[in-house]
Design a protein around this ligand. Structure first.
Ligand SMILES: Nc1ncnc2c1ncn2[C@@H]1O[C@H](COP(=O)(O)OP(=O)(O)O)[C@@H](O)[C@H]1O
Ligand SMILES: [Mg+2]
Length: 143
């Protein structure tokens, strides 16, 4: 059904090695609008590395990325964000003194209009549940 539509995101023949380790070897993924896709594999299979290539954290050795059918250059996380690609990292990479929503907006907090100094004023307007406004240090790893 989805094959006739243009994928929102295509990763084609992505490879990346660290020294002699082929972390990702010729991987291709098509992501269509509205899909929820799980990437499964053993520890060390290359899942995180593939996502880090998409999110601009790692530079691929070969392969290409297309957004809406157009080849794009994603060289850093800022490029990825410009294409609407957001990455939620595993527990050890989050700032555990702020809540989950603040982790999503790290480095892009709303600031006082016109202020030159960087005091962050960003807070969720109204916490929808206890989990949203709870520092991630107080949330179990499975949450
Ligand atoms: N920065 C890195 N430097 C060296 N090797 C790495 C690095 N990141 C990942 N690897 C290696 O790449 C392989 C894939 O790792 P990873 O993508 O983390 O797997 P997964 O997320 O599927 O568990 C593993 O062998 C891992 O040790
Ligand atoms: Mg991983």
């Amino acid at each position: 059904m989805t094959q006739h539509r243009t994928p929102l995101v295509e990763m084609r023949n992505i490879s990346i090695s660290f020294g002699g380790i082929h972390a990702v070897d010729n991987a291709s993924v098509d992501l269509y609008p509205g899909e929820v896709v799980a990437l499964l594999g053993h520890n060390g299979a290359g899942k995180s590395t593939l996502i880090k290539v998409l999110s601009g954290a790692y530079k691929r050795d070969s392969g290409e990325i297309l957004i809406n059918g157009e080849p794009v250059q994603i060289s850093n996380p800022r490029d990825a964000k410009a294409y609407g690609i957001e990455t939620i990292y595993q527990t050890l990479a989050v700032a555990d003194n702020v809540d989950a929503a603040a982790n999503l907006y790290l480095g892009r907090e709303l600031r006082t209009p016109g202020a030159r100094w960087t005091m962050s004023l960003w807070r969720p307007r109204r916490a929808k549940s206890w989990a949203v406004s709870t520092p991630t240090s107080a949330v179990s790893r499975s949450q």
